[in-house]
Design a binder for this molecule. Structure first.
Ligand SMILES: [Zn+2]
Length: 120
C-alpha cells in the first residue's frame, strides 16, 4: 500500500512527496512539532516552507516566554520525539550542536549546564 502523493507547495510552488512511506516510516511532517492547526498551515507546504513557517511560529511563541513562565510552557506537553530538526531544535556552530530554546522548552526544565539558549 503506497499512500505517497506528489503535491505542490502553496507557498513556493515546488513539488514534494506527502504521505506515509510505511507503517513505521511516517510522512516527513510527523517529525515536526504538532503546533499547527490545518487552517493556518494549510495542507500543502513543502518541507522547506513548512520548516520556515514552524520557525516563525516558534519564535513568536518564544517571545512570550519568560523564566517565570518557562516551567509551565506548552511545548513540554507535546508528544516526545527523538528526532531533532536542524534549525528548529538546534543549529551548528563550528561543528558543534547548539540547542535552541525550543529544545530546552520541550524538555521542561533546566539541565543546569548553563546552556546558551536556556529559557529558564
Ligand atoms: Zn514550498
Amino acid at each position: 500500500m503506497n499512500t505517497i502523493k506528489v503535491k505542490l507547495c502553496s507557498n513556493c510552488g515546488n513539488s514534494f512527496d506527502c504521505g506515509d512511506i510505511s507503517q513505521e516510516k511516517k510522512c516527513w511532517c510527523n517529525d515536526f512539532p504538532p503546533i499547527f492547526n490545518f487552517s493556518e498551515a494549510g495542507d500543502c507546504l513543502c518541507p522547506n516552507c513548512f520548516k520556515n513557517r514552524c520557525s516563525i511560529k516558534i519564535e513568536a511563541y518564544l517571545a512570550t516566554i519568560s523564566p517565570e513562565t518557562a516551567l509551565n510552557n506548552k511545548a513540554k506537553n507535546l508528544p516526545k520525539t527523538n528526532h531533532l530538526i536542524k534549525g528548529i531544535d538546534y543549529y551548528l556552530e563550528n561543528g558543534n550542536y547548539v540547542f535552541k530554546a525550543w529544545f530546552h522548552l520541550k524538555r521542561g526544565s533546566c539541565c543546569g549546564n548553563g546552556c546558551r539558549h536556556c529559557p529558564y
